[in-house]
Design a protein around this ligand. Sequence first.
Ligand code: TRP
Length: 473
Amino acid sequence: MVAASGSGSRDGWSSRTAFVLAAIGSAVGLGNLVRFPAEAAQNGGGAFVVFYIACIVLIGLPVLLSETLIGRHGQSSATVSVRRMAEQSGAPKAWEGIAALGVLGSTMILAFYCVIGGWVVNYIWLFFNDLIQSGVMGGALPGMSGEDIAAIFPSLLEDGMTMSVLDLIFLGLTFYFVARGVSSGIEVMATWLMPAFFILLLGITVYGAFGGAFSETLTYLFTFDFSKLTGPVMLAAVGQAFFSLSLGMAGMITYGSYVGRNVNLAGTSAIIASADTAVALIAGLCIFPIVLAAGLSTDGGLGLMFDTLPHAFQSMPAGSLVGLAFFIMVGFAALTSSVALMEVPTAWAMEKFQARRLPCATIIGLIVLVLGTLSAYSLNTLSGFHPLGFIPLFEGQGIFDVLDGMTAKLLMPIGALLICIFVGWVADPKLIDDENGLTGALHLFWRFLVRYLCPVALAAILVVGLFPDLVSA
Ligand code: TRP
């Protein structure tokens, strides 16, 4: 189907709804379900949440619109789309470097993202077996002591072989949908998985609200204590907003390039950002009541999902069923994001080498598999190998952490900062005005944000990411 793609033979979304669902699928992922609740917990609950929402509206949303409009204007892979707009604006075509950075960054994120996706597969398998053995009404993991459960996640992290196989399974699924193309692969997947995701999320949240500590959660997530809003907390919120909306890594340029001319991008961007934020908040309302009701601690980063929740499911009625449903839901969200990440380098390679989709996706899949396997082993056997150890920022870090830190602290803020400068200052305003679907005061406000507020916020995350000593926690 090319109906809405606006250009002859190029693959594209078959409808506006397909684009919106796929873009929400890209945005909603491990970032919403694992990182947002963990960051909110570590950074003082309500203060973080309120500031995060402000960041989404004032900083994330304007950049989201900027990225999609570059893609829609270019109707090509991310690099060619940026080059086209640069050339038409009389600017050097070297601006396409922004998107090249995104191609590289998306590939790097994909590598460690699929390792975490593999962990999710592991827990789906665990709770599936548990459900078969203990039946629907039992609590999860009967017969396991607290220490047994506490050992599940660390022993997975110690097992490079198992993690590599799980990584391969998750990457294989991602590859399958990307290889089938935009309208018959990615779009079909998003139109099935996103509604299923929302049903699961609401179901588990309602369940937790009845059985869990819901009012405690509300106090925790929405009590705004101004004194907790410190510099590091604010920067964590800006970084999380960008990661969650999939910005700075050419992802939304790529998805935008499959959108038809008749779609109002300002409207769709607002829908995408609202849905993404709603999911992050509901994820908090889903996870914390379960954790607080079981009397467990809410901090602990990734452990919140992979260690604390399994403990909590043990004491819940129908715990294995809820556990299984929960991790399937996380898997759906992760898959629609990993597909978006993989589409960026795939679309780039297809255009760069004038090649078909299958060989491009295969080669990218193999590169990601190697990086992913190395990341999995960097948590155990290869933990002493620090590839960029000579750079202070990456001192003592294995490949997994380098991929994460490099993309979150460097590539993402640089990419998004350059996008703002490009759209706000370099590109011909006439080209932009044709695309963005905004008029009047809103248009002026958006322009102001892209030219001033967004670059300043992004420069701040970049500087503090590079020189963490500048702000003390
Ligand atoms: N937004 C996704 C999440 O929240 C992750 C993601 C997908 C992403 N594509 C991206 C992050 C591009 C940065 C750039 O899990």
